[in-house]
Design a binder for this molecule. Sequence first.
Ligand code: GDP
Ligand code: ZN
Length: 311
Amino acid sequence: QIACAGDATTLTGLVVVRHGANLAVERDTGQVIHCVSRQHIGDPVCGDRVIWRSTGEGTGVVTAIEPRQSLLSRPDATGRGRPLAANLTQLVVVCAPEPLPSGDLIDQYLVAAEHIGVHALLLCNKSDLLGTATEAAVIGKLALYRHIGYPLLTLSARDREGLDALSEHLRDEISVLVGQSGVGKSSITQAMLPDQEVQIGQLSRATGLGRHTTSAANCYRLPDGGHLIDSPGVRSFRLPTLSTGELELGFREFRPHLGQCRFANCRHEVEPDCAIRAAVDGGQIAPERLAVFHRLLKREDRSAAPERHPS
Ligand code: GDP
Ligand code: ZN
């Protein structure tokens, strides 16, 4: 934890909440330090690992941001990405039998996870509601993702069923919960953090920021290990605009077949000698997933501005 730069002792930590230049930095011991960020170092966000120097009891100054492993950002009005959270390692895609998964949202989140380069975990909440008429539809669809290779857990935040298995999957990861409104993301977060109020209180005290910390992105330390990042911005995260090549790579079961179509720019629609359609015919790719790919491709075509630069 301790590195020496010159003769000043520098320490490392994790940004757990940020408000302007004020940062709450968590040490590996769990202690939270109120830091201010040096101006020239850039824009630290929740999840960043930083180098800091102590300036007193429980206070410090952040002098550098360590290189990021991944960055979750949200496009603003100009289409440029605004960073939301750094270094996450896992996107937890939450769905439920009520409300039923809408459109291609699950697939879009899975594409996003592949694009950012993080693990994806599928979570079916409200297992207490399964057994109704909608069960077959929900479970049938989710089995497809398990078949592709994504882990799938069912749980009930209401009945506190399946939380231990979830803890296992969150240990050693920095995770975010995403999914449509009403599936139970807040309920799951609360169930995983029985002392959430305590944590928020701790962050408020450490930063002197009061309730600001509830609207900012918070990185919560989980009792059984790992961290959970949560904020309204993170919860409404959507897939950024992607090129055809990026979109293809987001369908992980397409990968063994990519680059094998006759045409390099094949859209896997009606082109002759298409390796992806051959894989659908051969049963290695589900036709539903190719249909999702085509729907997302058309969406990208529509949203692509003529002077768009590759990002
Ligand atoms: P969010 O919008 O994804 O954060 O969803 P919320 O956590 O606010 O939950 C939406 C609604 O679903 C609330 O009325 C919760 O009480 C309810 N809910 C959450 N988890 C469960 C569950 O496991 N079973 C049932 N039956 N309801 C749940
Ligand atoms: Zn093709």
